[in-house]
Every structure is written in structure tokens, then in C-alpha cells.
Design a protein around this ligand. Structure first.
Ligand SMILES: [Zn+2]
Length: 110
């Protein structure tokens, strides 16, 4: 899979458009979407995780997040990660899995 040429640009800190906190690149999910030329979405993973938890891991919410990440929503993979991951960990693992094609079964720790 060819990656976006902007994909590997990291940053030390950027402001989440949802919570307004300055966070490093590990706090943001990656996207291949041309709408996000930096390769990262503008809402931090903690805010996205909160949304997922508050909606009781609604598939429609996850599907919408996947649309912004420009990755497919595969509910079987989502449900496989769900019992062993917190919402932010699940999003990070799912994001990486879809982008690099590897299922990481243990939570990713910063
Ligand atoms: Zn945030």
C-alpha cells in the first residue's frame, strides 16, 4: 500500500480542535485522507475515545471515525479488539492495523 507522502511528518505539539489541549503526535490518529495533509486528524484520540465510550461503542460512531481516517470499518476486527482495549487504545490499534495491515492484539502503550 502506498502511503501519503505527507504521512511521516510528525509534530511535537498541536492543539486538539475538540478539547483545546496541546498534545504530541502520539495523541492523534493517522489518516490517508487528502482532507488532512499533515496525515493526522484534528481531534485527539482521547476525545474520540470519549465519544466512543459515551455511545457504548456504537458501530455507527466507529464507522464515522473510520470515514475521517479514510480506512474501512470492519466490525469483526473492531469487536476483536474491544474486550482488551480502552477506547483510545482500541482506536490507536485499529488505526495502525488498517494502515499497516497488522493486528496488534495487546494495547499500545505510549
Ligand atoms: Zn482532544
Amino acid at each position: 500500500m502506498a502511503l501519503n507522502p505527507h504521512f511521516d511528518i510528525d509534530f511535537t505539539s498541536k492543539k486538539c480542535v475538540c478539547c483545546g489541549q496541546m498534545k504530541d503526535s502520539f495523541s492523534y490518529l493517522r489518516t490517508k485522507s487528502f482532507m488532512y495533509p499533515t496525515g493526522y486528524v484534528d481531534v485527539c484520540v482521547d476525545c474520540l475515545g470519549d465519544r466512543l465510550e459515551k455511545t457504548d461503542y456504537d458501530w455507527n460512531v466507529m464507522d464515522k471515525i473510520c470515514q475521517y481516517l479514510d480506512i474501512p470499518f470492519e466490525m469483526n476486527k473492531f469487536e476483536e479488539l474491544r474486550p482488551t482495549h480502552s477506547a483510545p487504545e482500541l482506536l490507536k490499534s485499529y488505526n495502525l492495523m488498517e494502515l499497516i495491515g497488522v493486528l496488534i492484539k495487546r494495547p499500545i502503550v505510549n
